[in-house]
Design a protein around this ligand. Sequence first.
Ligand code: 16G
Ligand code: ZN
Length: 513
Amino acid sequence: MKYSYGTAGFRTEASLLDAAIIGSTATAALRSLELKGKTTGVIITASHNPVSDNGVKVIDADGGMLSVNWEEKCTNLANAESKSELELLIKEYIAPSTFQASVVIGMDTRPSSPRLSELAKVILDEMSACYKDYGFITTPQLHWIVKLINENSSYSIPSNPPPLVLYYDSLCNAYCNVFSASTILHRPILTVDCANGVGSLPLEELSKRLKDYIDIRLINNDSCNYKYLNNGCGADHVKTTQSPPVNLVDKMIPNQLYASVDGDADRIVFYFTDKEKKFHLLDGDRISILLVSFLKILVQKSRLPLSIGVIQTAYANGSSTVYLNDLGVQIICTKTGVKHLHHEAQAFDIGVYFEANGHGTVLFSQDCVKKLWNPPTGISDTETNAIVVLLQLSQLINQAIGDALSDMLAVLSVLGSLYCDAKGWLSMYNDLPNKLVKVKVADRSIFITTDAERRLIKPVGLQEKIDDLVSKYEKGRCFVRASGTEDAVRVYAEASTKKGAEELSAKVCSLLK
Ligand code: 16G
Ligand code: ZN
Protein backbone atom coordinates (compact mmCIF):
# COMPACT_ATOMS: atom_id res chain seq x y z
CA MET A 1 0.00 0.00 0.00
CA LYS A 2 1.24 3.50 -0.88
CA TYR A 3 0.67 6.23 1.70
CA SER A 4 0.41 9.91 0.94
CA TYR A 5 0.48 12.58 3.66
CA GLY A 6 -2.52 14.78 2.88
CA THR A 7 -4.61 17.49 4.55
CA ALA A 8 -5.86 14.94 7.06
CA GLY A 9 -2.43 13.32 7.60
CA PHE A 10 -2.61 9.57 6.92
CA ARG A 11 -5.99 7.94 7.26
CA THR A 12 -7.05 4.40 6.40
CA GLU A 13 -8.32 1.10 7.76
CA ALA A 14 -6.66 0.76 11.17
CA SER A 15 -4.94 -2.58 10.48
CA LEU A 16 -3.10 -0.99 7.52
CA LEU A 17 -1.75 1.94 9.45
CA ASP A 18 1.41 0.65 11.15
CA ALA A 19 3.90 1.95 8.58
CA ALA A 20 2.14 5.33 8.58
CA ILE A 21 2.46 5.54 12.37
CA ILE A 22 6.15 4.63 12.17
CA GLY A 23 6.79 7.20 9.40
CA SER A 24 4.84 9.96 11.17
CA THR A 25 6.48 9.36 14.53
CA ALA A 26 9.92 9.38 12.93
CA THR A 27 8.95 12.62 11.16
CA ALA A 28 7.89 14.25 14.44
CA ALA A 29 11.20 13.29 16.06
CA LEU A 30 13.28 14.42 13.06
CA ARG A 31 11.43 17.72 12.79
CA SER A 32 12.04 18.27 16.51
CA LEU A 33 15.77 17.66 15.99
CA GLU A 34 15.83 20.05 13.04
CA LEU A 35 14.32 22.69 15.36
CA LYS A 36 16.93 22.08 18.06
CA GLY A 37 14.77 20.00 20.34
CA LYS A 38 11.55 22.01 20.15
CA THR A 39 8.54 19.84 20.92
CA THR A 40 6.41 18.40 18.11
CA GLY A 41 3.36 16.15 18.35
CA VAL A 42 1.80 12.96 17.02
CA ILE A 43 -1.98 12.59 17.25
CA ILE A 44 -3.64 9.30 16.44
CA THR A 45 -7.18 9.85 15.19
CA ALA A 46 -9.42 9.37 12.17
CA SER A 47 -11.79 12.21 13.13
CA HIS A 48 -15.25 11.54 11.67
CA ASN A 49 -14.34 8.31 9.84
CA PRO A 50 -15.96 4.99 10.80
CA VAL A 51 -14.66 3.23 13.87
CA SER A 52 -12.72 0.62 11.83
CA ASP A 53 -10.44 3.35 10.43
CA ASN A 54 -7.69 5.23 12.15
CA GLY A 55 -5.22 7.92 11.21
CA VAL A 56 -2.23 9.96 12.28
CA LYS A 57 -1.15 13.58 11.99
CA VAL A 58 2.07 15.33 12.93
CA ILE A 59 1.87 18.61 14.84
CA ASP A 60 4.60 21.13 14.06
CA ALA A 61 6.48 23.08 16.74
CA ASP A 62 4.31 26.21 16.38
CA GLY A 63 1.29 24.08 17.30
CA GLY A 64 0.01 24.16 13.72
CA MET A 65 -0.04 21.53 11.02
CA LEU A 66 3.15 19.91 9.74
CA SER A 67 5.21 22.27 7.60
CA VAL A 68 4.55 21.55 3.91
CA ASN A 69 8.20 20.77 3.12
CA TRP A 70 8.08 17.89 5.59
CA GLU A 71 4.96 16.30 4.09
CA GLU A 72 6.93 14.61 1.33
CA LYS A 73 9.59 13.35 3.74
CA CYS A 74 6.83 11.98 5.96
CA THR A 75 5.30 10.23 2.95
CA ASN A 76 8.69 8.71 2.05
CA LEU A 77 9.28 7.51 5.62
CA ALA A 78 5.83 5.88 5.72
CA ASN A 79 6.46 4.16 2.39
CA ALA A 80 9.86 2.69 3.37
CA GLU A 81 9.66 -0.99 2.47
CA SER A 82 12.10 -2.34 5.03
CA LYS A 83 13.66 -1.39 8.33
CA SER A 84 16.99 -0.77 6.61
CA GLU A 85 15.37 1.55 4.05
CA LEU A 86 13.69 3.42 6.90
CA GLU A 87 17.00 3.77 8.74
CA LEU A 88 18.70 5.07 5.60
CA LEU A 89 16.00 7.70 5.15
CA ILE A 90 16.22 8.73 8.80
CA LYS A 91 19.98 9.19 8.38
CA GLU A 92 19.39 11.24 5.25
CA TYR A 93 16.85 13.53 6.95
CA ILE A 94 18.54 13.90 10.31
CA ALA A 95 20.03 17.31 10.94
CA PRO A 96 23.38 17.34 12.77
CA SER A 97 22.25 18.03 16.29
CA THR A 98 23.39 17.77 19.85
CA PHE A 99 19.79 18.08 20.96
CA GLN A 100 17.37 15.38 21.96
CA ALA A 101 14.06 15.11 20.10
CA SER A 102 10.98 16.02 22.17
CA VAL A 103 7.56 14.71 21.14
CA VAL A 104 4.11 14.65 22.73
CA ILE A 105 1.60 12.02 21.70
CA GLY A 106 -2.11 11.49 22.13
CA MET A 107 -5.01 9.52 20.68
CA ASP A 108 -8.76 9.37 20.21
CA THR A 109 -10.95 6.66 21.76
CA ARG A 110 -10.98 4.17 18.86
CA PRO A 111 -10.27 0.54 19.85
CA SER A 112 -7.19 0.51 17.60
CA SER A 113 -5.68 3.69 19.09
CA PRO A 114 -3.85 2.24 22.15
CA ARG A 115 -1.94 -0.30 20.05
CA LEU A 116 -0.92 2.33 17.51
CA SER A 117 0.13 4.66 20.29
CA GLU A 118 2.34 1.91 21.76
CA LEU A 119 3.92 1.48 18.33
CA ALA A 120 4.69 5.22 18.21
CA LYS A 121 6.41 4.93 21.58
CA VAL A 122 8.59 2.05 20.36
CA ILE A 123 9.85 4.29 17.53
CA LEU A 124 10.45 7.21 19.91
CA ASP A 125 12.45 4.89 22.20
CA GLU A 126 14.49 3.66 19.23
CA MET A 127 15.23 7.26 18.27
CA SER A 128 16.14 8.09 21.90
CA ALA A 129 13.52 10.84 21.93
CA CYS A 130 12.08 12.37 25.07
CA TYR A 131 8.29 12.03 24.99
CA LYS A 132 5.12 12.42 26.96
CA ASP A 133 1.95 10.48 26.28
CA TYR A 134 -1.29 12.38 26.97
CA GLY A 135 -3.48 9.35 26.29
CA PHE A 136 -7.05 10.21 25.29
CA ILE A 137 -7.05 13.81 24.15
CA THR A 138 -8.68 15.87 21.41
CA THR A 139 -6.59 16.87 18.39
CA PRO A 140 -6.83 20.63 19.15
CA GLN A 141 -5.86 20.07 22.79
CA LEU A 142 -2.62 18.42 21.72
CA HIS A 143 -1.94 21.25 19.24
CA TRP A 144 -2.53 23.74 22.07
CA ILE A 145 -0.10 21.90 24.34
CA VAL A 146 2.66 21.87 21.70
CA LYS A 147 2.28 25.62 21.23
CA LEU A 148 2.30 26.20 24.99
CA ILE A 149 5.45 24.14 25.53
CA ASN A 150 7.42 25.86 22.77
CA GLU A 151 6.31 29.38 23.65
CA ASN A 152 7.37 29.02 27.27
CA SER A 153 11.03 28.10 27.30
CA SER A 154 10.74 27.57 31.06
CA TYR A 155 8.02 25.02 30.42
CA SER A 156 9.45 21.53 30.11
CA ILE A 157 7.56 18.25 30.04
CA PRO A 158 6.39 16.84 32.37
CA SER A 159 5.67 19.87 34.51
CA ASN A 160 3.36 21.33 37.03
CA PRO A 161 0.55 22.23 36.62
CA PRO A 162 -0.09 19.75 33.81
CA PRO A 163 -0.76 21.47 30.46
CA LEU A 164 -4.30 20.13 30.23
CA VAL A 165 -5.15 21.85 33.50
CA LEU A 166 -3.79 25.06 32.02
CA TYR A 167 -5.92 24.48 28.91
CA TYR A 168 -9.11 24.28 30.96
CA ASP A 169 -8.05 27.16 33.22
CA SER A 170 -7.28 29.35 30.23
CA LEU A 171 -10.58 28.66 28.43
CA CYS A 172 -12.75 28.89 31.52
CA ASN A 173 -11.13 32.05 32.92
CA ALA A 174 -11.39 33.78 29.56
CA TYR A 175 -15.05 32.76 29.21
CA CYS A 176 -15.88 34.05 32.69
CA ASN A 177 -14.03 37.31 32.02
CA VAL A 178 -15.88 37.94 28.75
CA PHE A 179 -19.06 37.09 30.62
CA SER A 180 -18.47 39.72 33.29
CA ALA A 181 -17.07 42.37 30.91
CA SER A 182 -20.02 42.03 28.55
CA THR A 183 -22.71 41.80 31.24
CA ILE A 184 -24.15 38.65 29.72
CA LEU A 185 -27.41 38.22 31.57
CA HIS A 186 -28.66 34.72 31.21
CA ARG A 187 -27.17 31.26 31.68
CA PRO A 188 -27.56 29.72 28.21
CA ILE A 189 -28.57 26.12 27.68
CA LEU A 190 -26.56 24.21 25.09
CA THR A 191 -27.07 20.54 24.29
CA VAL A 192 -23.94 19.07 22.73
CA ASP A 193 -23.78 15.89 20.66
CA CYS A 194 -20.27 14.50 21.30
CA ALA A 195 -20.27 11.95 18.41
CA ASN A 196 -19.50 9.37 21.13
CA GLY A 197 -15.89 10.38 20.64
CA VAL A 198 -12.95 11.71 22.59
CA GLY A 199 -14.60 15.15 22.85
CA SER A 200 -16.98 13.72 25.46
CA LEU A 201 -14.23 13.81 28.08
CA PRO A 202 -13.23 17.50 27.91
CA LEU A 203 -16.86 18.51 27.38
CA GLU A 204 -17.72 16.86 30.69
CA GLU A 205 -14.89 18.78 32.31
CA LEU A 206 -16.03 22.09 30.81
CA SER A 207 -19.66 21.51 31.76
CA LYS A 208 -18.59 20.96 35.38
CA ARG A 209 -16.24 23.92 35.53
CA LEU A 210 -18.66 26.32 33.85
CA LYS A 211 -21.86 25.11 35.49
CA ASP A 212 -22.64 28.53 36.99
CA TYR A 213 -22.33 30.17 33.58
CA ILE A 214 -23.64 27.67 31.03
CA ASP A 215 -26.02 24.75 31.25
CA ILE A 216 -24.11 22.30 29.02
CA ARG A 217 -26.08 19.09 28.45
CA LEU A 218 -24.23 16.24 26.78
CA ILE A 219 -25.70 13.56 24.54
CA ASN A 220 -24.00 10.83 22.48
CA ASN A 221 -21.16 11.07 24.98
CA ASP A 222 -20.38 7.38 25.39
CA SER A 223 -16.71 7.40 24.41
CA CYS A 224 -16.22 3.84 25.72
CA ASN A 225 -18.69 2.18 23.42
CA TYR A 226 -16.84 2.08 20.13
CA LYS A 227 -19.67 0.97 17.97
CA TYR A 228 -21.49 4.28 18.46
CA LEU A 229 -18.54 6.51 17.45
CA ASN A 230 -19.67 8.86 14.63
CA ASN A 231 -22.57 6.50 14.09
CA GLY A 232 -25.54 8.61 13.06
CA CYS A 233 -24.13 11.50 15.09
CA GLY A 234 -21.41 14.14 15.17
CA ALA A 235 -20.75 17.32 13.20
CA ASP A 236 -20.13 15.58 9.89
CA HIS A 237 -23.38 13.63 10.07
CA VAL A 238 -25.44 16.69 10.98
CA LYS A 239 -23.81 18.87 8.30
CA THR A 240 -24.13 16.36 5.48
CA THR A 241 -27.64 15.09 6.30
CA GLN A 242 -28.91 18.49 7.52
CA SER A 243 -30.78 16.65 10.24
CA PRO A 244 -30.43 15.98 13.99
CA PRO A 245 -28.19 13.20 15.30
CA VAL A 246 -29.48 9.99 16.91
CA ASN A 247 -31.06 10.56 20.30
CA LEU A 248 -32.28 13.97 19.24
CA VAL A 249 -34.59 13.03 16.40
CA ASP A 250 -38.09 14.27 17.36
CA LYS A 251 -36.73 15.39 20.71
CA MET A 252 -35.46 18.87 19.92
CA ILE A 253 -37.05 21.68 21.90
CA PRO A 254 -38.02 24.52 19.53
CA ASN A 255 -35.70 27.55 19.48
CA GLN A 256 -33.19 25.94 21.83
CA LEU A 257 -29.59 25.78 20.65
CA TYR A 258 -27.81 22.49 19.93
CA ALA A 259 -24.29 21.68 18.73
CA SER A 260 -22.43 18.66 17.36
CA VAL A 261 -18.68 18.13 17.46
CA ASP A 262 -16.87 15.54 15.35
CA GLY A 263 -14.93 12.44 16.45
CA ASP A 264 -11.77 14.33 17.46
CA ALA A 265 -13.50 17.61 18.41
CA ASP A 266 -11.85 19.89 15.87
CA ARG A 267 -15.14 20.74 14.14
CA ILE A 268 -18.43 22.07 15.46
CA VAL A 269 -21.78 23.00 13.94
CA PHE A 270 -24.84 24.42 15.69
CA TYR A 271 -28.53 23.96 14.93
CA PHE A 272 -32.07 24.40 16.20
CA THR A 273 -35.66 23.73 15.19
CA ASP A 274 -38.28 26.43 14.90
CA LYS A 275 -41.87 26.28 16.16
CA GLU A 276 -42.88 24.46 12.97
CA LYS A 277 -40.20 21.84 13.75
CA LYS A 278 -38.14 22.93 10.75
CA PHE A 279 -34.46 22.10 11.22
CA HIS A 280 -31.97 24.97 10.76
CA LEU A 281 -28.23 24.43 10.52
CA LEU A 282 -25.81 27.10 11.78
CA ASP A 283 -22.64 26.00 10.03
CA GLY A 284 -19.06 27.27 9.78
CA ASP A 285 -20.07 30.17 7.51
CA ARG A 286 -22.50 31.36 10.15
CA ILE A 287 -20.03 30.87 13.02
CA SER A 288 -17.57 32.99 11.07
CA ILE A 289 -20.11 35.76 10.44
CA LEU A 290 -21.31 35.82 14.03
CA LEU A 291 -17.79 36.08 15.41
CA VAL A 292 -16.57 38.65 12.92
CA SER A 293 -19.63 40.86 13.45
CA PHE A 294 -18.84 41.04 17.16
CA LEU A 295 -15.11 41.48 16.61
CA LYS A 296 -15.79 44.36 14.22
CA ILE A 297 -17.90 46.12 16.86
CA LEU A 298 -15.18 45.61 19.48
CA VAL A 299 -12.41 46.90 17.22
CA GLN A 300 -14.48 49.98 16.37
CA LYS A 301 -15.17 50.63 20.05
CA SER A 302 -11.52 50.08 20.99
CA ARG A 303 -10.41 52.65 18.39
CA LEU A 304 -7.26 50.58 17.88
CA PRO A 305 -5.93 50.34 14.31
CA LEU A 306 -6.51 46.59 13.91
CA SER A 307 -7.12 44.91 10.56
CA ILE A 308 -9.81 42.22 10.37
CA GLY A 309 -9.94 39.64 7.61
CA VAL A 310 -12.22 36.70 6.94
CA ILE A 311 -10.98 33.66 5.07
CA GLN A 312 -13.49 31.48 3.25
CA THR A 313 -13.36 28.67 0.71
CA ALA A 314 -15.40 28.36 -2.47
CA TYR A 315 -17.95 26.34 -0.47
CA ALA A 316 -18.96 29.40 1.58
CA ASN A 317 -22.54 30.30 0.78
CA GLY A 318 -22.75 33.32 -1.56
CA SER A 319 -25.06 35.12 0.89
CA SER A 320 -22.41 34.94 3.62
CA THR A 321 -19.90 36.58 1.29
CA VAL A 322 -22.37 39.36 0.46
CA TYR A 323 -22.97 39.89 4.19
CA LEU A 324 -19.24 40.22 4.83
CA ASN A 325 -18.87 42.65 1.96
CA ASP A 326 -21.60 44.83 3.42
CA LEU A 327 -19.92 44.62 6.81
CA GLY A 328 -16.81 46.09 5.23
CA VAL A 329 -14.27 43.46 6.23
CA GLN A 330 -11.66 42.08 3.92
CA ILE A 331 -12.54 38.68 2.43
CA ILE A 332 -10.06 36.16 1.07
CA CYS A 333 -11.01 32.93 -0.68
CA THR A 334 -8.54 30.02 -0.49
CA LYS A 335 -8.31 26.41 -1.52
CA THR A 336 -10.09 23.87 0.68
CA GLY A 337 -8.11 22.53 3.65
CA VAL A 338 -7.38 24.08 7.02
CA LYS A 339 -3.71 24.78 6.30
CA HIS A 340 -4.56 27.15 3.43
CA LEU A 341 -7.09 29.11 5.48
CA HIS A 342 -4.85 29.24 8.53
CA HIS A 343 -1.97 30.60 6.47
CA GLU A 344 -4.04 33.43 4.97
CA ALA A 345 -5.55 34.34 8.35
CA GLN A 346 -2.04 35.04 9.68
CA ALA A 347 -1.81 38.11 7.43
CA PHE A 348 -4.31 40.07 9.55
CA ASP A 349 -4.29 41.49 13.08
CA ILE A 350 -7.46 39.46 13.55
CA GLY A 351 -7.98 36.68 11.02
CA VAL A 352 -11.24 34.74 11.15
CA TYR A 353 -11.41 31.50 9.20
CA PHE A 354 -14.00 28.77 9.03
CA GLU A 355 -14.82 26.13 6.48
CA ALA A 356 -18.54 25.63 6.00
CA ASN A 357 -18.11 22.17 7.61
CA GLY A 358 -17.22 23.76 10.97
CA HIS A 359 -13.40 23.67 10.95
CA GLY A 360 -11.94 26.99 12.00
CA THR A 361 -10.71 29.52 14.51
CA VAL A 362 -9.83 33.20 14.99
CA LEU A 363 -6.15 34.15 14.98
CA PHE A 364 -4.87 37.24 16.80
CA SER A 365 -1.43 38.34 15.57
CA GLN A 366 1.38 38.83 18.07
CA ASP A 367 1.39 42.52 17.28
CA CYS A 368 -2.35 42.72 17.97
CA VAL A 369 -2.02 40.92 21.32
CA LYS A 370 0.80 43.30 22.26
CA LYS A 371 -1.47 46.27 21.50
CA LEU A 372 -4.25 44.74 23.59
CA TRP A 373 -1.93 44.20 26.56
CA ASN A 374 -0.59 47.77 26.33
CA PRO A 375 -3.53 50.04 25.55
CA PRO A 376 -2.95 53.78 25.13
CA THR A 377 -3.30 55.80 28.33
CA GLY A 378 -6.24 58.09 29.03
CA ILE A 379 -8.78 56.16 26.98
CA SER A 380 -12.52 56.00 27.74
CA ASP A 381 -14.26 53.18 29.64
CA THR A 382 -15.87 52.02 26.39
CA GLU A 383 -12.47 51.70 24.75
CA THR A 384 -10.98 49.93 27.76
CA ASN A 385 -13.87 47.52 27.98
CA ALA A 386 -13.65 46.62 24.28
CA ILE A 387 -9.91 46.01 24.61
CA VAL A 388 -10.46 43.77 27.64
CA VAL A 389 -13.02 41.66 25.77
CA LEU A 390 -10.77 41.38 22.69
CA LEU A 391 -7.90 40.25 24.88
CA GLN A 392 -10.05 37.65 26.61
CA LEU A 393 -11.30 36.35 23.26
CA SER A 394 -7.70 35.93 22.13
CA GLN A 395 -7.20 33.65 25.14
CA LEU A 396 -10.51 31.87 24.83
CA ILE A 397 -10.05 30.91 21.18
CA ASN A 398 -7.44 28.24 20.42
CA GLN A 399 -4.58 30.01 18.61
CA ALA A 400 -2.95 26.82 17.36
CA ILE A 401 -5.78 25.30 15.32
CA GLY A 402 -9.59 25.14 15.04
CA ASP A 403 -11.02 23.69 18.25
CA ALA A 404 -14.66 22.69 18.70
CA LEU A 405 -14.51 23.38 22.44
CA SER A 406 -13.07 26.87 22.31
CA ASP A 407 -15.23 27.71 19.28
CA MET A 408 -18.27 26.58 21.26
CA LEU A 409 -17.42 28.91 24.13
CA ALA A 410 -16.62 31.77 21.75
CA VAL A 411 -20.01 31.42 20.05
CA LEU A 412 -21.86 31.31 23.38
CA SER A 413 -20.03 34.36 24.69
CA VAL A 414 -20.75 36.32 21.50
CA LEU A 415 -24.43 35.31 21.42
CA GLY A 416 -24.68 36.33 25.07
CA SER A 417 -22.90 39.63 24.53
CA LEU A 418 -25.11 40.50 21.56
CA TYR A 419 -28.28 39.31 23.37
CA CYS A 420 -28.85 37.13 20.34
CA ASP A 421 -30.61 33.73 20.24
CA ALA A 422 -30.56 30.95 17.66
CA LYS A 423 -33.31 32.61 15.61
CA GLY A 424 -31.55 35.96 15.64
CA TRP A 425 -28.33 34.31 14.57
CA LEU A 426 -30.04 32.57 11.65
CA SER A 427 -31.70 35.80 10.55
CA MET A 428 -28.34 37.50 9.86
CA TYR A 429 -28.72 36.36 6.23
CA ASN A 430 -30.65 33.86 4.15
CA ASP A 431 -28.61 31.07 2.60
CA LEU A 432 -28.76 30.80 -1.17
CA PRO A 433 -30.19 27.40 -2.13
CA ASN A 434 -27.31 25.07 -3.01
CA LYS A 435 -26.44 21.53 -3.86
CA LEU A 436 -23.22 19.60 -3.30
CA VAL A 437 -22.76 16.29 -5.07
CA LYS A 438 -20.01 13.75 -5.44
CA VAL A 439 -19.40 12.37 -8.92
CA LYS A 440 -17.37 9.24 -9.65
CA VAL A 441 -15.10 9.78 -12.63
CA ALA A 442 -12.55 7.56 -14.34
CA ASP A 443 -9.60 9.78 -13.40
CA ARG A 444 -10.05 12.73 -11.05
CA SER A 445 -6.44 13.86 -11.56
CA ILE A 446 -7.37 15.45 -14.90
CA PHE A 447 -9.41 18.13 -13.08
CA ILE A 448 -7.01 21.01 -12.50
CA THR A 449 -8.31 24.16 -10.85
CA THR A 450 -7.22 27.76 -10.41
CA ASP A 451 -8.57 30.82 -8.56
CA ALA A 452 -8.94 29.06 -5.18
CA GLU A 453 -10.57 26.05 -6.86
CA ARG A 454 -13.33 28.18 -8.32
CA ARG A 455 -12.38 27.62 -11.96
CA LEU A 456 -11.09 24.70 -14.01
CA ILE A 457 -8.13 25.04 -16.35
CA LYS A 458 -8.31 21.38 -17.33
CA PRO A 459 -9.99 19.52 -18.98
CA VAL A 460 -9.70 22.26 -21.57
CA GLY A 461 -13.07 23.76 -22.57
CA LEU A 462 -15.06 22.43 -19.63
CA GLN A 463 -15.05 25.69 -17.66
CA GLU A 464 -16.54 27.58 -20.63
CA LYS A 465 -19.41 25.09 -20.73
CA ILE A 466 -19.97 25.53 -16.98
CA ASP A 467 -19.88 29.33 -17.35
CA ASP A 468 -22.48 29.09 -20.06
CA LEU A 469 -24.82 27.07 -17.81
CA VAL A 470 -24.21 29.29 -14.77
CA SER A 471 -25.13 32.41 -16.76
CA LYS A 472 -28.65 31.06 -17.23
CA TYR A 473 -29.45 31.11 -13.51
CA GLU A 474 -30.11 34.10 -11.30
CA LYS A 475 -27.32 34.32 -8.68
CA GLY A 476 -25.89 31.16 -10.29
CA ARG A 477 -22.50 29.91 -9.15
CA CYS A 478 -20.93 26.52 -9.65
CA PHE A 479 -17.51 24.94 -9.33
CA VAL A 480 -15.98 21.52 -9.88
CA ARG A 481 -12.95 20.24 -7.95
CA ALA A 482 -11.28 16.90 -7.41
CA SER A 483 -11.63 15.71 -3.81
CA GLY A 484 -8.42 15.49 -1.83
CA THR A 485 -9.75 12.73 0.41
CA GLU A 486 -11.91 10.53 -1.81
CA ASP A 487 -11.67 9.14 -5.31
CA ALA A 488 -14.32 11.48 -6.70
CA VAL A 489 -15.03 14.95 -8.03
CA ARG A 490 -17.21 17.39 -6.10
CA VAL A 491 -19.72 19.68 -7.78
CA TYR A 492 -21.11 22.66 -5.85
CA ALA A 493 -23.96 24.66 -7.34
CA GLU A 494 -25.85 27.65 -6.02
CA ALA A 495 -28.74 29.74 -7.40
CA SER A 496 -31.53 32.00 -6.25
CA THR A 497 -34.03 29.12 -6.11
CA LYS A 498 -33.81 25.50 -4.95
CA LYS A 499 -35.03 24.34 -8.35
CA GLY A 500 -32.36 26.44 -10.05
CA ALA A 501 -29.55 25.10 -7.84
CA GLU A 502 -30.66 21.51 -8.46
CA GLU A 503 -31.01 21.98 -12.19
CA LEU A 504 -27.64 23.70 -12.50
CA SER A 505 -26.03 20.95 -10.46
CA ALA A 506 -27.59 18.21 -12.61
CA LYS A 507 -26.54 19.90 -15.85
CA VAL A 508 -22.95 20.40 -14.74
CA CYS A 509 -22.77 16.81 -13.46
CA SER A 510 -23.89 15.54 -16.83
CA LEU A 511 -20.96 17.41 -18.44
CA LEU A 512 -18.63 15.18 -16.42
CA LYS A 513 -20.04 11.89 -17.65
C1 16G B 1 -9.78 17.51 4.91
C2 16G B 1 -9.58 18.86 5.52
C3 16G B 1 -10.88 19.61 5.60
C4 16G B 1 -11.49 19.72 4.22
C5 16G B 1 -11.63 18.35 3.61
C6 16G B 1 -12.03 18.46 2.16
C7 16G B 1 -8.06 19.47 7.28
C8 16G B 1 -7.63 19.23 8.69
N1 16G B 1 -9.05 18.72 6.86
O1 16G B 1 -10.59 16.72 5.72
O2 16G B 1 -10.62 20.87 6.10
O3 16G B 1 -12.74 20.34 4.28
O4 16G B 1 -10.38 17.69 3.65
O5 16G B 1 -12.14 17.19 1.64
O6 16G B 1 -7.51 20.31 6.57
P1 16G B 1 -12.23 16.94 0.10
O7 16G B 1 -10.95 17.41 -0.54
O8 16G B 1 -12.46 15.48 -0.03
O9 16G B 1 -13.41 17.72 -0.40
ZN1 ZN C 1 -11.94 16.20 13.01
